[in-house]
Design a protein around this ligand. Structure first.
Ligand SMILES: Cc1ncc(COP(=O)(O)O)c(C=O)c1O
Length: 394
């Protein structure tokens, strides 16, 4: 086994070296070792990919669809994305030069951030939020300006954004939004998005909107900021959550042609193109599987109601999530504010795995995230275990 030469130690990319591994995955790995634990930690659908989507992937392999695809994506996939976004989000993107299919929404985020940002730029990020954004922004040489939204029920208001921009002065280039939000499940109302769009325009900024959970909303309508300011928005999404396709790794980014041309370059440098049969599956999902997320949505909504009611009964305070499959619950005061300690103790003593809120940035301290992409039985059992643990503790 080769050991790195002593004279090369400490010489790798310092920006990368400075990044800590994902807090969520590190915590998950630690609690996974506990025998008998039930985990509500990782954000991944527990459903199977719809059969017709699987068949499309199989057919593609059988048809020897095994050559380099066009870098931006196969025409049938790009057309399917374009039509889907027009029909469901009210935004018109030209499949020929305004959309790139990517390896998950993750690659779309990497390519978008690296295409837009220069060293010294600032990115406003409302927190708590999906923690991947922080190392990615740092890797570009830009700085993340974390904006704690906990005082506003985890929604970035236009007034708050205006105050932050006044305070930061010049240098802010991007506002990075994710709604429905991981980890809070909050959805942004239309009026809030309109207000944010106005502030973003006034300050000559870009918006990046990660809307990967937007097919999983409960009792509310999802609005996209891209329909309000398409000329300055990069729309990012994917099929991981909507069609239970996390392992396929399919996402996309859409926006004005000029920026998409730069993202195209970055995407080509990173991966060349998305895997052929994955593209075939994606085209099928978005063309003939529009109703697939509705079946998932029904199941998630019932689970959400179950877990929200259960946690409230146990004394947790939480804003009812309107989307995604997470609840973000405030640890009752008598158990202190140390969410990492609470989550570790819960894992060891009650054998329930949850994610400490502080993993999601400023404003997450004192909270835990529970993913209800888990069976009814596991959710009920976890609620029982959490109840017994709290009784014993407090
Ligand atoms: C907000 C958000 N964006 C992007 C991703 C990554 O999506 P993908 O699996 O398509 O890379 C996740 C995954 O958990 C997420 O929560």
């Amino acid at each position: 086994m080769p050991e790195l030469a002593a004279d090369l130690r400490g010489t790798i990319n310092h920006k990368l070296d400075a990044q800590k591994p994902s807090g969520i995955r590190a915590f998950d790995a630690e609690v996974s070792k506990i025998p008998g634990i039930i985990k509500l930690t990782i954000g991944e659908p527990d459903m199977d990919t719809p059969e017709h989507v699987k068949q499309a992937a199989i057919k593609s392999i059988q048809n020897n669809d095994s050559h380099y695809a066009p870098q931006a994506g196969k025409p049938e996939l790009l057309k399917a994305i374009s039509k889907y976004l027009k029909d469901t989000r009210g935004v018109d993107y030209n499949p020929e030069n305004e959309i790139i299919s990517t390896v998950g929404a993750t690659e779309a985020l990497v390519a978008a951030l690296f295409s837009l940002l220069n060293t010294g730029d600032k990115v406003v990020i409302p927190t708590p939020i999906f923690s991947l954004y922080f190392p990615l922004v740092a890797m570009t040489g830009a700085t993340a300006v974390q904006v704690d939204t906990s005082a506003d029920d985890f929604i970035l208001t236009p007034e708050h954004l205006e105050r932050v921009l006044q305070r930061e002065g010049k240098g802010v280039k991007v506002v990075l939004l994710n709604y429905p939000t991981n980890p809070t499940g909050r959805e942004y109302p239309k009026e809030t998005l309109q207000g944010l769009a106005q502030v973003i325009t006034k300050h000559h900024l870009y918006a990046i909107a990660d809307e990967i959970y937007s097919d999983l909303v409960y009792g509310v309508k999802h609005y996209s900021i891209a329909s309000m300011i398409p000329e300055r928005t990069l729309f990012i999404s994917g099929l991981s959550k909507s069609h239970a396709m996390t392992g396929y790794r399919l996402g996309y980014v859409a926006g004005p042609a000029e920026i998409i041309a730069s993202i195209h370059k970055m995407h080509a440098y990173l991966v060349t193109a998305v895997t052929d049969n994955v593209q075939a599956a994606g085209a099928e999902a978005l063309s003939n599987g529009r109703k697939d997320p509705l079946a998932f949505r029904k199941i998630y909504e019932q689970r959400r109601d179950m877990i929200v009611a259960g946690l409230k009964k146990l004394g947790f305070k939480l804003a009812t999530p309107e989307g995604a499959f997470y609840v973000f619950a405030k640890i009752p005061d008598q158990f202190g504010k140390d969410d990492v300690k609470f989550a570790l103790q819960l894992a060891k003593e009650a054998k329930v795995g949850v994610t400490p809120g502080s993993a999601f940035g400023a404003g997450g301290e004192g909270y835990i995230r529970l993913s209800y992409a888990a069976s009814d039985e596991n959710i009920q059992e976890c609620l029982k275990r959490i109840g017994a643990f709290m009784k014993k503790l407090g």
